[in-house]
Ligand binder design. Structure first.
Ligand code: ADE
Length: 247
């Protein structure tokens, strides 16, 4: 159990049974049991004011799907966001949002927690997002069926960074994005292994040489090559920073 107040995630959703879901397992699940973080789940439908429990309506201007009503989402936020946790950012998960990056994940882990708004249907009325200064975040350039799986992704990424959740600090500092590069490839025993096509596949020799400085150099080269080939966007940023450092 953490000495200080635990990191708190409040989730607003129409599908409360989707939580903790995958977050109840493995690393995040054990951290939840230990009290390293705390999960509060709120059913947005509890704010409905009619006997049908309606929370959405047709979009003004026409078009497909339904939009979550501003008054309903406002009541849900009002119930959850109190002056004590006023510093907790409110994030709406949407493919329209800014892409989630490791730097933002780190900032969230350093803060007191987060309030996550999960949308279904076509989205949420923009006015309530503006009124509450909600940050819009996307977990990737693809469309999910709702914000819930995106909330799982965001929380998984944050929770593993909370104090005490991952033991070895260096396993964090070496991983993808921490240095602005993708991680180098990994190998383990057996050193010689034959694949199903009969091809012998051995481990790169350098890794069994015991030469730590050269291994580190090889790994950096591998990281740089993977980043250049797979993520030209990250590579450009990394190269620009490197130039900056040399000036
Ligand atoms: N909701 C639906 N698709 C999403 C995405 N890519 N990121 C965040 N929330 C979403």
């Amino acid at each position: 159990m953490a000495d200080t107040a635990p990191w708190v995630a409040s989730v607003l959703t129409l599908f409360p049974e989707m939580f903790p879901g995958v977050l109840g397992q493995s690393l995040a699940g054990r951290a939840l049991e230990r009290g390293d973080w705390c999960l509060e789940v709120h059913n947005i439908r509890d704010q409905a004011t009619d006997r049908h429990g309606s929370v959405d309506d047709e979009p003004f201007g026409g078009g497909p799907g339904m939009v979550m009503r501003p008054d309903i989402v406002d009541s849900a936020l009002f119930e959850v966001v109190n002056p004590v946790d006023g510093q907790r950012p409110i994030i709406y998960l949407t493919p329209r949002g800014r892409p989630l990056e490791q730097a933002r994940v780190r900032d969230l882990a350093d803060g007191p927690g987060v309030t996550l708004l999960c949308g279904r249907f076509e989205g949420v009325d923009q006015r309530v997002l503006d009124a509450w200064q909600v940050e819009e975040v996307s977990v990737g350039d693809y469309v999910l069926s709702g914000g819930e799986p995106a909330a799982h992704i965001l929380l998984d990424a944050v929770v593993r960074l909370l104090p005490g959740v991952i033991g070895a600090a260096e396993s964090l500092s070496e991983e993808s994005f921490e240095r602005g590069l993708l991680e180098y490839p990994h190998y383990t025993r057996p050193a010689d292994w034959t694949d199903r096509q009969g091809k012998e596949r051995s481990v790169p020799e350098i890794l069994t040489s015991g030469h730590h400085a050269r291994i580190a150099e090889w790994r950096t080269e591998q990281s740089e090559q993977a980043t250049r080939e797979r993520r030209p966007d990250l590579w450009q940023r990394y190269a620009a920073k490197d130039n900056e450092g040399r000036k």
